[in-house]
Design a protein around this ligand. Structure first.
Ligand code: NAD
Ligand code: ZN
Length: 378
């Protein structure tokens, strides 16, 4: 891991260990062109339904179809609008109907080709059609490659909140083609990078230090990018294997997310103002600063975290979000709605320093409001 220059840009494989539901994540260049081979090697059936969005479809549907055709895999496709609003009942219906219309049976599969939105919606559709169909993820955003395509959480949003309707449905295979990230916008790439840095901050201090040195190489592609994605997938795979349904350790993956989700809600999920990874970036800095304030961690670590996220171009302070934010008390309401308050105490992911995060379930809500008042840009 430590010297990216010495490594060829070779493919990597991460295994998610879940007994008879175990699966491979393949990470590397050219995997869309190789999809037919990889799928044919694992799938008995010869039919798939491919669901994608309007940004990804025009770029990558054709090479995927060509690759499937070489292995005589028949495919039906559905192209949905891009964006978070697609994670809704409105678009779940055509997704389910497309899968049924393609006559996908036990040994066939549903393929999600796109970012986390397409992955979550398609996975949900695959999870409920015929009480569960085989499912293949071809994640095309950095966030989807390092986070949403791994672990089996699927679903859609409700006016009551994000991701409130869904099922656990593990994929049978994940193909993360690292070349496709070249067409992702800088901003979306950076947002996904926040989740990469998160794995270092949770429990991999060496990985965080490696990122501090190598982040430019990760952004420009090649071996360092593959390495960063592979380490991230392995980190998520380990957590998921230990705690598939989030009864304990899986909660660590929410580092920075309690603050981040509150900021996303405060900006009405308006991606022009804030995208998820940006909220996570600010949230991770806040989580470290709050841990310092609670005398858990040294202030130097919070400074180091902020310096790195700032260096890659991510926002690190609430004041960087365009437009006005609601007052600290309102942000606190959003945090409380994240359903984790018991008797004035909150469950939070805090840290004893870089790579030493832990689940704290007795954080006084009053301390959090005071902290938010201090950090609020006004
Ligand atoms: N299931 C999980 O465990 C999990 C975890 C984290 C996030 N999520 C969900 O993931 C979603 C966010 O995912 P996202 O950030 O990938 O968003 P997204 O799917 O909206 O993709 C971001 C944008 O990039 C475009 N895009 C994707 N790949 C591209 C490519 N290769 N080239 C050009 N454009 C491309 C998309 O069309 C979209 O406009 C959220 O809904 C979030 O709730 C789920
Ligand atoms: Zn996240």
């Amino acid at each position: 891991m430590m010297n990216s220059h010495a490594m060829p840009a070779a493919e990597r494989k991460v295994r998610v260990d879940l007994g008879d539901r175990s699966y491979d994540i393949l990470i590397g260049p050219g995997l869309i062109a190789a999809a037919g081979n990889e799928i044919a090697a694992r799938l008995k059936g010869r039919k798939v339904a491919v669901i994608t969005d309007e940004n990804v479809g025009p770029r990558y549907l054709e090479p995927l179809m060509a690759s499937l055709k070489q292995k005589e895999i028949e495919a039906v496709t559905l192209v949905l609008p891009a964006g978070e609003k697609t994670k809704s009942f409105e678009h779940l219906i055509p997704a389910c109907e497309a899968i049924l219309g393609a006559r996908i049976e036990r040994n066939d599969a549903v393929i999600a080709l796109g970012g986390g939105v397409i992955g979550d919606l398609t996975g949900f559709a695959a999870g409920i059609v015929r009480r569960g169909s085989r499912f293949i993820q071809i994640p095309t955003s950095l966030l989807a490659q390092v986070d949403s395509s791994v672990g089996g959480k699927t679903g859609i949003n409700s006016p009551h909140g994000k991701n409130l309707i869904g099922v656990f449905h593990q994929p049978d295979l994940v193909l993360a083609d690292t070349d496709v990230l070249d067409t992702l916008s800088e901003r979306e790439f950076r947002a996904g990078y926040a989740e990469v840095a998160k794995y270092g901050l949770i429990d991999k201090p060496d990985f965080f230090a490696w990122l501090e040195k190598n982040w430019q190489a990760v952004f420009s592609g090649g071996a360092a990018r593959i390495e960063a994605i592979a380490v991230s997938c392995q980190a998520k795979a380990d957590v998921v294997a230990a705690d598939e349904r989030e009864n304990g350790r899986r909660a660590l993956l929410n580092l920075g997310h309690t603050f981040g989700h509150a900021l996303e809600a405060a900006t009405q999920y308006d991606s022009a103002r804030l995208v998820h990874g940006e909220g996570v970036s600010i949230g991770m800095v806040l989580a470290h600063q709050f841990s310092t304030r609670m005398n858990l961690a040294s202030a130097d670590d919070a400074v180091r975290v902020e310096a790195h996220l700032r260096a890659v171009g991510l926002p690190t302070r609430m004041g960087e979000i365009p437009g006005d934010l609601p007052p600290a008390e309102k942000l606190m309401d959003a945090i409380a709605q994240d359903k984790k308050v018991k008797g004035g105490k909150l469950t939070f992911i805090l840290t004893r320093g870089i790579g030493q995060s832990f689940v704290a379930d007795d954080v006084p809500a009053s301390e959090v409001v005071n902290f938010l008042r201090e950090k609020h840009p006004k």
